[in-house]
Design a protein around this ligand. Sequence first.
Ligand SMILES: [Zn+2]
Length: 448
Amino acid sequence: MKLLFIITALLICNTSFCQTIIGRDTEIEEMVKEVSPDSLRSYIKTMVSFGTRNTLSSGTDPKRGIGAARNWVLSRFNEMAKQSNGRLSAIIDTTTLQPDGKRVDVPLLLGNVVATLKGTDPNDNRIFIISGHLDNMRSNVMDRTGDAPGANDDASGVSAVMECARIMSKHNFSATVIFVAVSGEEQGLLGSAFMSEKAKKQNWNVEAVLNNDIMGSNNSNETNIIDNTRIRVFSEGLPAYETEKNAATIRNLGLENDGKARQLARYVKEIGERYVDNLQIVLIYRNDRFLRGGDHTPYVQRGYAAVRITEMNENYTRQHQDVRTENGIQYGDIIDHIDFEYLRKNTAMNLCNLSSLAKAPSMPDSVKMDVKKLSNSTYLYWQAPKYGKVKGYYVLVRETTSAFWQKKIFTTGLEMRLPYSKDNYFFAVQAVNEAGNESLPVVPGVGR
Ligand SMILES: [Zn+2]
């Protein structure tokens, strides 16, 4: 009987994507509808009004500089906390840095604005992080006094973080979600290094980091083509933190395309496209843009699943440029260049992913692939996850050359035998709850 079910499930799957009945969770669907272009615009307008948000700018001036900007973000988070039944709380998490001979030339009080939405299950210690960087720069990164609007880089990312906090703080999630407006990105990823190191030292169970940096502009400086239907997600291939021993296992099993960040990126694409209409999520198989970096990297280096979310086409006449007109070209990162409908969709894709992850059960435990004897079929088995109510599990299947999961097969059991050779396919297992929210996938280990 079980075998018959499996075969039926396989038959209704075509080669491009499986037809297993997967719907939207209506609560998440409603939240996605709440993402407001006006709200995003008002956040960016206020961030630009602080003149500059360079990390080295004034920390004490009430109107201008990074200090005023982070106090404002904190005050907004505190407003949102009132609607959260005491679950959302916010702080400016500070650390003192000394001049580093690079991009910090004075002793510096660095502060990330961190809002934490506590999970409703006290036993569930999972944490999901969304981040954007509040600081910005002019053409010269050490220039801390001149105007730097930084509307797209990265008030756009921070506005997405704040909008997610505004909407999600009215809802319940089993796991904890942290919303962070980072400082010191342009001075060398300082705020994220501080926060990820803290997470590591304090043993936070961070299962995913969505870093949003430059996500509101719809065209490049080279063409006039408007593209507000695609967004890029960067994820590392070979995990940077792997020890030699783990690297050998990855090589042996051919899992160089199945690291944590890559799995997260595939998840982000599937859930983002499930809930946000008219948006294609384009996976880029590298940690970041060529020779450039971002706030997800300090997390990646400490072994966390972290990805960078960035607009499809960057415009270099705007990024890291003093506002000016030269030879008829307008330079500078001003608010007029933001496409708020595009930013709405990009914010919504973060919102549905965070909500799905934080509502879902945790990942299934001890997922194994039986290798006791050679066989042309594959037998997978696992245990129930630690947290959350489970309706069942999805077994994911893809060919070795496929970028994405091609089949998604539902079962209520804790095992599945598949008529596919483990030589020719990759597999993973997700836990799913009644509302259809699935966990991140787990690649099976070797079961002897
Ligand atoms: Zn940036």
